[in-house]
Write a protein that binds this ligand. Structure first.
Ligand code: ADP
Ligand code: ADP
Length: 231
């Protein structure tokens, strides 16, 4: 469902050129759950921006559900992003003046759904993440783990092809982290493709596949050794 071939991205930094992604190739399959792990400066954010259709590479291909995203203009990219990707962030990024239900409804407002349909869809997503009975709570009335569940429900609301989670457990204690990871596993079992970006190996290991990124190159965990990613 995702095929990345020979993706390259560089930045100019004064006189220097930084090769943030060097010839990255990677396939992501239906039902996949992969984590991307790497130290600071390894290219994680750059790769996430590519995967999330927030930016395009200098060269190479990015096929998402059969469409080449790598050559799209900003406006097309924004459309693909809205339809295909559900974003989950470290700090939840909820709107504090809106209830849990309203936060989840928000992406559906932009899609032009009617109020009743929006409400039903948002409620179903909150039920799915175990927050039935908390529709009217404000984010400030919820624990960190519950807030991340609201954010996951919001990411699910638009029925995206991929859930892209950037350090989703980074702001949570270890017990709550495990609960959120468990939820991601359950969603994966229901068929959602999940890409988890993290710097924490224990978190990364919860995924079905661990991709390591180092100096802009991508390696796949093949047992004891990190081998070049499957192409
Ligand atoms: P990570 O998210 O793993 O910390 P990044 O993708 O942010 O890594 O960065 C990869 C490399 O690209 C680093 O050397 C970083 O300094 C460089 N880089 C990232 N963004 C820019 C930018 N906008 N301009 C110049 N260099 C950048
Ligand atoms: P950081 O990695 O610095 O913690 P975030 O995880 O908040 O930053 O955001 C990662 C990237 O996603 C940024 O480039 C940001 O501009 C973008 N972004 C943030 N919120 C949204 C959103 N709701 N929809 C699409 N892109 C977003």
């Amino acid at each position: 469902m995702i095929e990345i071939k020979n993706m390259k991205k560089s930045y100019e930094l004064g006189d220097e050129i930084v090769h943030a992604l060097q010839d990255v190739s990677l396939q992501i399959y239906e039902g996949d759950f992969l984590s991307i792990i790497g130290p600071s400066g390894s290219g994680k954010s750059t790769f996430m921006n590519m995967l999330g259709c927030l930016d395009i590479p200098d060269s190479g291909e990015y096929l998402l559900d059969g469409k080449n995203v790598a050559t799209m203009k900003d406006i097309e990219l924004a459309m693909v992003r809205n339809v295909k990707i559900g974003f989950i962030f470290q700090h939840f990024n909820l709107l504090n003046k809106l209830t849990a239900l309203e936060n989840v409804e928000l992406p559906l407002v932009y899609r032009g759904l009617g109020a009743k349909e929006r409400r039903e869809k948002a409620a179903a997503c909150l039920d799915l993440v175990g927050l039935n009975g908390r529709y009217q709570h404000l984010p400030t009335q919820l624990s960190g783990g519950q807030q991340q569940r609201v954010a996951i429900a919001r990411a699910l609301a638009g029925n995206p092809s991929v859930l892209l989670a950037d350090e989703p457990t980074g702001a949570l204690d270890s017990k709550t982290s495990n609960e959120v990871l468990q939820l991601l596993k359950e969603l994966n079992e229901k068929g959602h493709v999940i890409i988890l970006i993290t710097h924490d190996l224990e978190v990364a290991k919860q995924a079905k596949r661990v991709i390591r990124i180092h100096d802009g190159k991508v390696f796949e965990n093949g047992g004891d050794w990190f081998e070049p990613a499957r192409i």
